[in-house]
Design a protein around this ligand. Structure first.
Ligand SMILES: [Zn+2]
Length: 277
């Protein structure tokens, strides 16, 4: 009798472990990194930059003009993910992304994109909407709604509270961050939220399982590539755009866009720096 009880308990624990614990390495899928079209990661546009990750509206406008003049076309986030599904991207296509959701995207990026009929995705920290960090006001729900009405603008999630390292959080907390932000954005915009950008680009196998289980179609990293084997759909590498990319008439920006497929990790990280700590 006791033996039977013990074996039932062991069986139950085994069952729970199999069903509830995300399995490492069970999320493999994607194309080789070199297949992807370039993805640019901006944060804020500011006439007077405060940090290395700010870009002036003038430099941003010049970069858009250069993309156009050189035959590049911008994809929406949904189109970009469709290309991952299909396994190929159109020649000279590019995805423009903005992280965090600062007010500069509404004041400067949105009008510059609109003027040129170009597309971009804004990854939003949902708990920050209508709020403000020192020197960095956030967009309001009203502004977000207005931008989401434009089919050229996609809205993605940058989580609920922007944990600084998702690898330190447990699977369930991450799942909550990913699910809640997705649901909130879909309610506000009335559109599906298919993509997520990892805060500070942090991810591992368990983070990837949570983002997949939350119902996304792809997730965007920062500058890492090649570290996740075949999980490229869940770690799309992005070029870190900032002040240093705009030097010498945007020469680093142009070099990165043109050489994206062949870039190694070093090229992705060299441009990152802070003006103020
Ligand atoms: Zn962020």
């Amino acid at each position: 009798m006791i033996r039977k009880l013990v074996s039932n308990v062991i069986f139950f624990v085994f069952l729970c472990a199999t069903v509830l614990v995300p399995q490492k390495g069970s999320c493999s899928e994607g194309l080789p990194y070199s297949t992807y079209a370039p993805v640019l990661m901006y944060h804020d546009l500011k006439p007077v930059p405060l940090n290395g990750f700010d870009v002036t509206p003038e430099a941003f406008a010049q970069q858009l003009d250069w993309l156009k003049a050189n035959g590049y076309r911008t994809l929406s986030m949904e189109e970009y993910i469709d290309c991952i599904d299909k396994g190929s991207f159109p020649e000279k296509s590019v995805l423009i992304t903005f992280d965090d959701g600062y007010k500069g995207i509404y004041d400067y990026a949105f009008p510059e994109l609109k003027k040129r009929d170009m597309k971009a995705v804004f990854f939003i920290i949902t708990s920050c909407i209508d709020g403000e960090l020192p020197g960095y006001p956030y967009i309001t729900a009203k502004e977000l709604k207005e931008m989401a009405k434009d089919p050229h603008i996609s809205i993605g999630s940058h989580t609920l509270t922007h944990p600084s390292d998702l690898r330190e959080e447990n699977y369930w907390d991450n799942l909550n961050e990913f699910k809640m932000s997705k649901r909130y954005l879909e309610l506000i915009t009335g559109r599906k939220c298919d993509g997520l950008a990892y805060p500070c680009g942090s991810y591992d196998e368990y983070v990837i399982c949570a983002v997949k289980d939350a119902g996304y179609r792809a997730a965007f990293a920062v500058n890492t590539r090649g570290t996740m084997g075949e999980d490229t759909r869940w770690s799309v590498p992005r070029i870190y755009m900032g002040l240093s990319m705009c030097e010498n008439n945007n020469a680093p920006f142009k070099r990165h866009v043109q050489n994206y497929a062949a870039m190694d990790d070093e090229m992705f990280t060299e441009q990152y720096y802070w003006i103020y700590q």
